[in-house]
Design a protein around this ligand. Structure first.
Ligand code: UD1
Length: 330
């Protein structure tokens, strides 16, 4: 049965990117009216399925105000950002400009247009290197790179604006997002990727000579870094759950998005190897600067608050869907 579209629209910034496009797909399938704003600096036009794409920048207040007005926007999902940690260290002002200043302009438009709710794409990088490698939402925030700081500053603006009567919000702090749409409609097409699962798939398929394992002497079970890998479809679902929560009057909050357990780099390579049907070529290298040994979510609150239930907590499934998409890309 086709659902009747709602009259107010949801503006999804960065909806042509990897995570944003998976959220757009689920919103459209749920019968929502979606408008995507993306400057296509890292996103792809054909990743936007079933929604109108407006090419432009979220920092452009004139454009954003016009979109709010024309489409009767009552909800914003804000993904548009730069997300590469080493790049943020090399060029911090770009990150504060793109991620923090642009968000400030977007929020001003949200306030003026009386937008009701915002779902914000935040990151586990706000925690820096927490004690014991696990972070709950009550763990003090202490980012160790400009990427994490730029996102934390955006969270603070959201918090302060909400306290001043602005939109209510949910900030979702993503751990390590991976995998692709299981139906193969969209995926991670990012150029010059740095994220482990994507790089491993490229190495398996011979698109790179090998993968570098950054650090084999960490105090972890096999000496390599441990992370909480979450399938992008489960992550996307958390955004729809957050939307429902806010529509039902939920209070503003910040929630971890992870499964609550971690895998090492070697375990990820083994899973990608199984998905590929052959080993992933790798070399061992020194630690990458700024990498915590282990970063895993304490992930109870999102389930309790949003009723979020993951369906793809399976590293092999993550690897298989990522590999299937990588094969489709030339
Ligand atoms: C970081 C951020 C995360 C952000 C993401 C996007 C932190 C703590 N986390 O994740 O919030 O969303 O970047 O840029 O800052 N690895 C290799 N070889 C590679 C690539 C990665 O060994 O070629 C290892 C890393 O050392 C790490 C793990 O794989 O142990 C995951 O790395 P990566 O996929 O780059 O993500 P994070 O750095 O954890």
């Amino acid at each position: 049965m086709t659902k009747q579209p709602r009259s107010s629209a949801i503006l999804v910034t960065g909806g042509a990117g990897y995570i944003g496009s998976h959220v757009v797909l689920q919103l459209v399938e749920a019968g929502e009216r979606v408008v995507v704003l993306d400057d296509l600096s890292t996103g792809f036009r054909d990743a936007v399925i079933g929604a109108e794409l407006v090419v432009g920048n979220v920092g452009d207040r004139g454009l954003v105000s016009r979109l709010f007005h024309e489409h009767d926007v009552d909800t914003v999902m804000h993904f548009a950002a730069r997300t590469i940690v080493p790049e943020s260290v090399a060029d911090p002002l770009r990150y504060y400009g793109n991620n923090t200043c642009a968000t400030r302009n977007l929020l001003e438009c949200c306030r003026d247009a009386k937008v009701k709710q915002i779902v914000f794409s935040s990151t586990a990088a706000v925690y820096g290197t927490p004690e014991g490698g696990r972070a709950s939402e009550d763990t003090p925030t202490a980012p160790i790179n400009p990427y994490g700081s730029s996102k934390l500053m955006s969270e603070w603006m959201l918090r302060d604006l909400a306290a001043a009567g602005g939109p209510r919000y949910v900030a979702l702090r993503y751990f390590n997002v991976a995998g692709c749409d299981p139906e193969g409609r969209i995926g991670q097409s990012t150029k010059n990727a740095t994220l482990l699962v994507k790089v491993a798939c490229e190495a398996a398929l011979g698109k790179r000579r090998h993968l570098s394992i950054f650090g084999t002497d960490y105090d972890t079970p096999d000496g390599t870094g441990v992370r909480d890998y979450i399938h992008v479809v489960d992550l996307a679902r958390a955004h729809l759950d957050a939307l429902k929560y806010l529509r039902n009057g939920g209070v503003s909050t910040r929630l971890n998005c992870g499964y609550g357990h971690g895998y090492s780099v070697r375990e990820v390579l083994a899973a990608v190897g199984r998905a590929h049907g052959g080993a992933v070529p790798f070399v061992e290298e020194p630690r990458r600067e700024g990498d915590p040994p282990s970063l895993v979510a304490v992930a109870a609150r999102i389930r309790a608050t949003l009723g979020w239930t993951p369906h793809h907590d399976d590293l092999d499934f993550i690897a298989r869907t990522a590999m299937a998409w990588e094969r489709k890309l030339d």
